[in-house]
Ligand binder design. Structure first.
Ligand SMILES: Cc1cc2nc3c(=O)[nH]c(=O)nc-3n(C[C@H](O)[C@H](O)[C@H](O)COP(=O)(O)OP(=O)(O)OC[C@H]3O[C@@H](n4cnc5c(N)ncnc54)[C@H](O)[C@@H]3O)c2cc1C
Length: 322
C-alpha cells in the first residue's frame, strides 16, 4: 500500500505525513510501537482529503494522546491527527477547533472573564478528545457549556461534515455519541460560558493545578484515571450497601474505593505499576509495555469483581492490538 498512499497523502496541502513514528512519542503513557504512517492535518480540507485518500486502509484518529494505551506492535495503518488550533471568543460564545490544546482554551476563557472551564485546568489533551470523552474535573464537565459540535462523518462514501446540538451529542459522565460512532471526527465545538471574574477564576485554577500536579506529576507517564468512577444510582443494591456515605462524591463512587479494597495500591507488573497513593492510577515507570498495562488492568478488574461483585469499566482507550 505504502508508496502510492504516501505519494497521494504527500500531495495534499496542509497535510504532514511521516513514516514509522513511535506511538510512545505521541502518548503520555510513553508506550506503543510505530504508527506505519502519521498524518497531521492542519485544516479541515486537509483532513477530509486525507480521509478520502486513506479510504479502507486501516486508520485511527488521535488527539494529544493523553488517554491512550497504544499497542506495543504499533498501528499498521494511518494514524491521523487534526491539528487546527483556532480559538475565537465573541462575548460569551467560544468557537474552538478540535486540535486546540485544552489548556490553551481554559487559559483563553479565563483571560476573557468566562467561567466554567477553569476547573478543567491541568487536564491534558486537545479539545476534540475532551468532547469525545466529555472530560471534566472538580464538579464540571465540558458538556455543560457545549452548544454545538461540527464533525466529519467518515462512515459515508465521501466524508460529510455535519453539525449537531448539545442534546444530540448524548453527553453523559465520560461519554458522548462520538465514543459510539468511531467514524465521527470532531472538527470544532461552539461553547457558551457565563461571565466571571478573571482574577478569581485564575486563582481557583491555580489552586486546582497545584493539587493536580501532586497527584499527577507533569513528568509521570500515565493516562490519568484508568477506570471510570461509578454512578451510585446505577450500582446493584448489594454493592451500594458496601459503600460508606463519606466516599460518595456528586452521586458517584470513585472506582479507587473498590480498587483499594481489592489491594490495588502499589501493585507492580514489569515496568508498570499502580501508584501507592492512588489505586486508580497506573503509570509507566520506565520500560513499561502495553501488554503489561492490559494485563494489570485485567487483574484489577478480576480482583474487584471477586472482592466487590462489580465490573469496572476502562476510561482509558486502546489504540491498535486486540
Ligand atoms: C495526568 C492526566 C490527568 C488526567 N485527568 C483527567 C481529568 O481530570 N478529567 C478527565 O476527564 N480526563 C483526564 N485525563 C484523561 C485525558 O486527559 C482526557 O481524556 C482528554 O480529554 C483526552 O484528550 P486527548 O486529546 O489526549 O485524546 P487522545 O488520548 O489522543 O484520544 C482519546 C480518544 O479520543 C478520541 N479522539 C481524540 N480526538 C478526537 C476527535 N477530534 N474526534 C473524535 N474522537 C477523538 C480518540 O480516537 C481516542 O479514542 C487525564 C489524563 C492524564 C494523563
Amino acid at each position: 500500500m505504502d508508496d502510492e498512499l504516501l505519494a497521494r497523502l504527500g500531495a495534499i496541502p496542509g497535510l504532514q505525513s511521516t513514516e514509522n513514528v513511535p506511538l510512545s512519542q505521541l502518548t503520555r503513557f510513553a508506550i506503543g510501537g510505530p504508527a506505519r504512517i502519521l498524518a497531521d492535518a492542519s485544516s479541515e480540507a486537509a483532513l477530509i482529503a486525507a480521509l478520502e485518500v486513506v479510504g479502507g486502509t486501516p486508520h485511527a484518529l488521535i488527539g494529544g494522546g493523553s488517554n491512550l494505551v497504544a499497542d506495543d506492535r504499533g498501528f499498521p495503518g494511518v494514524v491521523l491527527r487534526y491539528t487546527a488550533k483556532n480559538i475565537e471568543i465573541d462575548g460569551s460564545v467560544v468557537r474552538v477547533s478540535a486540535g486546540a490544546v485544552l489548556q490553551d482554551l481554559v487559559d483563553a476563557t479565563i483571560a476573557a472573564g468566562l467561567e466554567g472551564l477553569h476547573t478543567m485546568t491541568g487536564i491534558p489533551g486537545w479539545v476534540g478528545g475532551a468532547i469525545y470523552g466529555n472530560a471534566g474535573a472538580y464538579g464540571h464537565s465540558i458538556h455543560e457549556f457545549v452548544e454545538s459540535v461540527r464533525y466529519c462523518d467518515c462512515s459515508t462514501i465521501g466524508p460529510a461534515v455535519r453539525k449537531i446540538g448539545n442534546a444530540a451529542c448524548e453527553f453523559r459522565y465520560r461519554e458522548s455519541i462520538f465514543k459510539r460512532y468511531k467514524d465521527w471526527i470532531v472538527l470544532e465545538t461552539t461553547l457558551r460560558l457565563p461571565a466571571g471574574d478573571a482574577a478569581a477564576l485564575r486563582s481557583t485554577a491555580e489552586g486546582i493545578l497545584r493539587v493536580r500536579n501532586e497527584k499527577y506529576p507533569p513528568t509521570m507517564h500515565c493516562a490519568g484515571s484508568i477506570f471510570k468512577n461509578l454512578i451510585l444510582a446505577e450500582l446493584p443494591e448489594s454493592v451500594r450497601a458496601q459503600v460508606p456515605a463519606q466516599v460518595i462524591r456528586e452521586g458517584k463512587v470513585p472506582s479507587a474505593y473498590f480498587l483499594e479494597l481489592a489491594g490495588a495500591k502499589g501493585m507492580v507488573l514489569g515496568g508498570v505499576q499502580v501508584a501507592d497513593y492512588h489505586a486508580n492510577l497506573i503509570y509507566n515507570s520506565g520500560a513499561g509495555t502495553s501488554q503489561e498495562v492490559r494485563e494489570l488492568i485485567e487483574t484489577l478488574k478480576r480482583r474487584v469483581q471477586d472482592r466487590c461483585g462489580l465490573m469496572l469499566e476502562e476510561e482509558v482507550q486502546y489504540l491498535g492490538g486486540s
